[in-house]
Design a protein around this ligand. Structure first.
Ligand code: ADP
Length: 290
């Protein structure tokens, strides 16, 4: 059984600034960092560090070859990555002294994935394999259709929420993982149990995982619901919390763990991630999670 993560790979340019640039203004930066990013990349790192067999598909430009090398060094199979004529997807992130940020995202190669490439990648997978998707690459609906044709189990982290995503037919999804903000956008409900009820009605076949930050997480399927509290820690940077949780939850489920055990492992891993600065690099290795 293999997990195919068809997802984004980004280069994050992070600028520490005194204040965000206003129209017509030029702002000098205090410091600059270039980091690997993209929800796809982060979740592949989390799956690999959790010990799952993961293959990452998606597009990069010539300027993104180091991202492929990084994933490969983590143990992710990158043989299906495609190098396109587009530049690698990137984000320009201003960070103010109070930690607030202001982000520009350029999809680049993530938005230029040809259908023929999707077909050829998915032809290498079949019954029993899992397809993990987020909403940062083009062609989500095509990928859903192709995965179902091949009998794959489809897992969707509907992030970021866009008009196109809300309009898409998601009935092929077998498992959704999302946070409170995404749950509100999907259902119009603010209360976790109302969100879960609304999604159970809309997607009765699907397994649902709803994460609530420091308030823990729920799992729901077939009329059953399980809650797992978050581990109390002093958080310093929560950027990779959801991606760490997703990678560890899926790795545990792929090993046959119960939903309650998978939630617990994911909560412990995400709690470690939030005590460390950074994104992909803050994801713990399995031996650290215990
Ligand atoms: P996202 O990063 O997608 O917004 P959440 O903020 O819901 O996701 O966090 C995902 C999971 O990470 C939570 O269910 C929890 O287990 C863990 N987590 C997040 N924030 C904290 C925190 N401050 N302390 C402990 N665990 C946390």
């Amino acid at each position: 059984m293999k997990i195919l993560n068809f997802g984004s790979l980004n280069i994050d340019h992070v600028y520490a600034v005194e204040h965000f640039a206003a129209p017509g203004e030029t702002v000098s930066v205090r410091s600059y960092q270039k980091n690997p990013g993209g929800k796809g990349l982060n979740q592949s790192v989390a799956l690999a560090r959790a010990g799952a067999p993961v293959c990452h598909a998606g597009g990069i430009g010539e300027d993104g070859r180091h991202l492929a090398a990084l994933l490969s060094a983590e143990g992710v199979d990158v043989t299906h990555l495609v190098v396109t004529d587009e530049p690698t997807g990137h984000a320009v992130i201003q960070v103010a002294p109070d930690g607030q940020n202001c982000i520009l995202v350029c999809a680049g190669a993530n938005g230029a994935i040809p259908e023929g490439y999707m077909r050829s990648v998915l032809s290498c997978f079949g019954e029993g394999d899992w397809l993990l998707l987020q909403n940062e690459v083009a062609g989500l609906s095509t990928l859903l259709t192709l995965a179902k044709e091949r009998g794959m189990r489809v897992i969707l982290n509907p992030s970021p929420i866009t008009e196109a995503l809300l309009a898409a037919d998601l009935s092929a999804v077998d498992c959704f993982l999302f946070n409170e903000t995404e749950g509100f956008a999907l259902t119009g409900e603010r209360e976790p149990s109302a969100m879960l009820n609304a999604l159970a009605e809309r997607y009765p076949r699907a397994e649902i995982v709803l994460t609530l930050g420091a308030d823990g997480a729920f799992w729901q399927a077939d009329g059953e619901r399980t809650y797992c509290p978050a581990c109390p820690v002093d958080a310093v940077d929560t950027t990779a919390a959801g991606d760490t949780f997703t990678g560890y939850f899926l790795a545990a489920r792929a090993e046959g763990a119960s939903p309650a055990d998978a939630l617990s492992l994911a909560a412990r891993a995400a709690a470690i991630a939030v005590t460390r600065p950074g994104t992909a690099e803050s994801v713990p290795y399995r031996h650290e999670v215990g």
